[in-house]
Write a protein that binds this ligand. Structure first.
Ligand SMILES: Cc1cc2nc3c(=O)[nH]c(=O)nc-3n(C[C@H](O)[C@H](O)[C@H](O)COP(=O)(O)OP(=O)(O)OC[C@H]3O[C@@H](n4cnc5c(N)ncnc54)[C@H](O)[C@@H]3O)c2cc1C
Length: 434
């Protein structure tokens, strides 16, 4: 571990020159040159109230809402706006993603889904970015008798949970979506499960942060610093820069459990869950191939087709526990195409434009970890697993409240990181991310 070379906190002696490209921040970064001993520290050289580690959608929305709340905010990530959002399908699927035993998570998912229209409008007004928010609904279909009985069970669970979904016969499904295979045996129409383009969302959040005064440090956080009195005080970056802050929010996605310096007792138990995704292009000249998201479970594998207004068709996704491996495999592509073809035979005519794999930040109960930890000054916003795009709006609000009041709002109380005891020891070095 290299020792810190310089700091931008007025509380420390500053000895290194200003950080320069390639880690140059997108806005003016606080000066790192040594201040005159008599001069009062300038506002820019003061440590920010909040430092967010990780610039995926979750770190970005946290930083944006934090800055909007009047807290000076910085964010450290070599590539803000990257992460799992570059791969994700962007389904806002609170109802069709319901699983037995996840009713507590359902409440948070629904709270976020309700926020989406205003959230998207606010982001677009602020940044001018179109987010590809498409209120098209979802159709979950069954291809054989077993699928149909599983889907019936899901329907019953949805009804017990007070959710809106309608059972359709195979013929009714095909009337809605004429390109579906003739073998479809029935389905669930869920008009409230929409979609957004996660890549556009990430870009818009970067722009929103810039406009709200968030300072970007385009580098890697190597280590959390813990000061006297057992309090998180900032991070040391890969080039040895010390970034100090009033509070640190760890939002590193699937890497959140890897930050050195975080005491084991508060280390988030987050693991990478690999997902492979394909992107195809639908011809603009023809009637839309699909009008809404279509999904199914084929031989135990989940498959979905998400049609975007710009002609992109996202086909996903595998779910694999392979550490930090992000290789796109022939088997993964084959299975996705095979299962998608069973649902919508016409897809094999379409150009295949992209194959990619990403990592969901999985947690032991598939729910996020939000808010303060037992280490003073350290908060978590991680573990969003397969719903991080859906949960972006509510996460921003929850984290802003946690940062401004020190308390979680009622809707987020079940997601406190304190629900887990001490995390298991870090994975062996052989499991290090590439
Ligand atoms: C195949 C696939 C399909 C998906 N489909 C959907 C979907 O349809 N709907 C939905 O709601 N969700 C979906 N998701 C889940 C969603 O994409 C994630 O939950 C969400 O993007 C996680 O965001 P994040 O910001 O927590 O983490 P990430 O996106 O992983 O971002 C973490 C960021 O932190 C940075 N970082 C980590 N450690 C450090 C460090 N030490 N220093 C500096 N930076 C650091 C990384 O560089 C990265 O930029 C999908 C995910 C995958 C993989």
């Amino acid at each position: 571990m290299s020792s810190p070379a310089h700091t931008w906190s007025p509380a420390h002696t500053v000895s290194s020159p200003t950080v320069s490209s390639p880690t140059e921040p997108s806005r003016a970064e606080p000066s790192l040159t040594e201040p005159s001993p008599t001069a009062p520290p300038s506002a820019e050289s003061r440590a920010p109230d909040v430092l967010v580690v990780g610039g995926g959608v979750i770190g970005l929305v946290t930083a944006w809402r934090s800055a909007q709340s009047g807290l000076t905010t910085a964010l450290v990530d070599p590539e803000p706006g990257g992460g799992a959002a570059q791969v994700a399908a962007g389904m806002l699927a609170a109802v069709t993603e319901l699983h037995h035993g996840e009713q507590t998570l359902l409440a948070l998912n629904l709270a976020s889904a309700r926020r989406y229209p205003d959230f998207a409008a606010e982001l677009t007004d602020l940044t001018g970015h179109d987010l590809g928010h498409r209120r098209c609904g979802t159709l979950a279909v069954a291809l054989d008798a077993d699928d149909r009985s599983d889907l019936r069970e899901l329907h019953a669970l949805q009804q017990r949970s007070g959710l809106e979904s309608e059972w359709l016969s195979g013929r009714e499904c095909r009337r809605l979506e004429p390109m579906l295979a003739p073998g479809v045996r029935g389905g669930l129409r869920v008009d409230g499960d929409h979609q957004i383009d996660p890549r556009r969302l990430a870009r818009a959040l970067v722009a929103a942060c810039e406009r709200t005064g968030v300072v970007f440090h385009r580098s890697w956080a190597e280590r959390l610093t813990v000061g006297r009195g057992e309090r998180a005080t900032g991070v040391v970056t890969a080039d040895g820069t010390v970034l100090e802050a009033g509070r640190v929010v760890l939002a590193g996605g699937s890497l959140s459990g890897r930050l050195a310096g975080v005491p084991d007792a508060v280390l988030p138990p987050v693991r990478p869950v690999k997902g492979q995704v394909l992107r195809l292009t639908m011809p603009r000249t023809h009637a839309p191939l699909l009008n809404r998201t279509v999904r199914a479970v084929v031989r135990g594998n989940h498959v979905y087709l998400v049609p975007r207004e710009n002609g992109e068709l996202v086909v996903g996704a595998t779910s694999e526990e392979l550490g930090w491996d992000t290789t796109v495999t022939a088997g993964g592509v084959y299975e996705l195409l095979r299962d998608a073809h069973e649902l919508v035979p016409g897809i094999t005519e379409l150009p295949l434009t992209e194959t990619r794999a990403g990592l969901r930040p999985g947690s032991p109960d598939n729910a996020p970890l939000l808010g303060p930890t037992e280490l003073e000054g350290l908060l978590l916003a991680t573990g969003h697993h397969r719903n991080g795009i859906l949960l972006t709006p509510v996460t921003g609000d929850v984290m802003a409240q946690a940062l401004t009041t020190g308390e979680l709002p009622d809707e987020a109380l079940p997601f406190t990181p304190r629900r887990f005891g001490a995390a298991p020891a870090r994975p062996e070095p052989t499991e290090q991310p590439a």
